[in-house]
Design a protein around this ligand. Structure first.
Ligand SMILES: [Zn+2]
Ligand SMILES: [Zn+2]
Length: 420
């Protein structure tokens, strides 16, 4: 029987893996420059963490989680997103006693039982970060600017940044009353999800993608007109901070995160590229989440983005991030003596961080040279008994065909110093 991968998963083969690595390298460089340290949390956690930390009313928790009982009958869940685990870790590891803010980034596989479509998998990779311990809106600007730098480095700096504020404990209640008051007359025309949102989570009414619901949402009272003084001031600081850095943004009044622990600044980077339209990066402030998960009241802000989604965006723009790396030297050998000598030489050069290729399948000399060509090796050397005894060999520049005689003893030096 031939086995295949489960629906929504894929093998990431070498060429594709290079792109993942490249994106992760760029992201980790940018994060390091901003003072973020990397964190990895377990692939599975207690189910309760996500029920509380992502929210039971969300699609992610109510429909999409990979939840199972382990052999000890504990309910565990494969992590569907990164924030809850990092917050739990912040609490468990006493990071509140470190100098604040504590800045952490991650690059991890996530799991969601979703409808599979182009660029959307059930096992996928997210990169993201969380910063804990600063109430000040300047960190919101810093976080957004970090995303901007990352996209610039990828060559997709024309993404649209959208921002909004969804208030705090103080102003959210009053706004929700206004919102439900407004929606009261439209309930019958709303989709079934929105009927539930109306009672459980009014803010998320604004974010429904169904046409008719969007129509209703477009005339709903706007949160940024109903912010308390503190939230209003913070939103002004965010806008001014972005302007100061010349980062363009649009205020999107229906941009929300529909859970109580999200507060104040929310943002998204959106592509309006035909074919890849939609959100690439989503983030925001969550001043009530640490407390909700059992820590002491601690402000936080973060974002996440899917690497598969970024790859789609790059592909649609024909941006190739990966520089192919080829062997610097291919050593072709004839006979056992020459192979022993060459394998030692190869070992030494590889220790010095040089990409050297040597046949390990027993090919003929002719096939080895063909292989050197196929692998795009920069130089090739043939070693047989004659070369070893005479201490002389020819090094061939594979691109030009130029051959030069050198001492066998000098091969290392010639390759390391790139003298041929
Ligand atoms: Zn407020
Ligand atoms: Zn709806």
């Amino acid at each position: 029987m031939k086995l295949s991968v489960p629906k929504g998963t894929k093998d990431i083969l070498s060429n594709e893996m290079k792109k993942y690595r490249q994106i992760e390298n760029i992201f980790s460089d940018v994060c390091n420059n901003y003072g973020y340290g990397e964190i990895t949390t377990p692939v599975f956690e207690f189910t309760e963490l996500f029920q509380r930390g992502v929210g039971e009313t969300t699609d992610v928790v109510s429909k999409e989680m990979y939840t199972f009982l382990d052999k000890g009958k504990r309910s565990l869940t494969l992590r569907p997103e990164g924030t809850a685990g990092v917050v739990r870790s912040y609490i468990n590891n006493g990071m509140a006693s470190l100098p604040q803010p504590v800045k952490l980034f991650y690059m991890e596989k996530m799991y969601r039982y979703e409808n599979v479509q182009k660029g959307r998998y059930r096992e996928f990779t997210q990169i993201g970060l969380e910063a804990f311990g600063s109430n000040n809106a300047v960190i919101d600007v810093e976080v957004i600017s970090l995303v901007n730098v990352f996209f610039e480095k990828l060559g997709i700096s024309d993404l649209k940044l959208m921002i909004n504020s969804i208030g705090c404990k103080t102003c959210r209640g009053e706004y929700n009353i206004k919102l439900t008051e407004y929606y009261k007359d439209y309930i019958d025309g709303l989709c079934s999800d929105c009927k539930v949102r109306y009672t459980k989570n009014p803010l998320r009414l604004l974010d429904c993608k169904v046409d008719n619901c969007q129509k209703v949402a477009s005339n709903a009272p706007v949160f940024i007109d109903n912010l308390c003084e503190e939230c209003k001031d913070d939103f002004t600081l965010v806008k001014q901070g972005l302007e100061n850095l010349s980062i363009d943004f649009t205020i999107n009044k229906t941009l929300v995160r529909g859970l109580d622990y999200y507060t104040k600044t929310v943002f998204e980077f959106v592509s309006d590229n035909v074919g890849t339209q939609g959100t690439i990066c989503a983030g925001g402030r969550y001043d009530n989440l640490v407390e909700l998960l059992g820590g002491k009241e601690t402000p936080g802000i973060g974002f996440a983005m899917g690497v598969e989604r970024i790859l789609m965006e790059l592909e649609s723009r024909d941006i190739n991030m990966v520089n192919e790396v080829f062997p610097k030297l291919y050593i072709a050998t004839l006979g056992d003596n020459a192979y022993s000598f060459a394998s030692k030489l190869t070992y030494e050069l590889r220790k010095q961080n040089i990409f050297v290729d040597i046949d390990v399948t027993g090919r003929s000399l002719k096939a080895q040279m063909k292989n050197a060509n196929k692998k795009n090796a920069r130089y090739a050397i043939v070693l047989g008994d004659d070369e070893i005894t005479s201490n002389k060999c020819k090094i061939k520049n594979m691109a030009t065909g130029y051959e030069e005689e050198i001492f066998v003893d000098d091969i290392s030096k010639t390759i390391i110093e790139n003298k041929a």
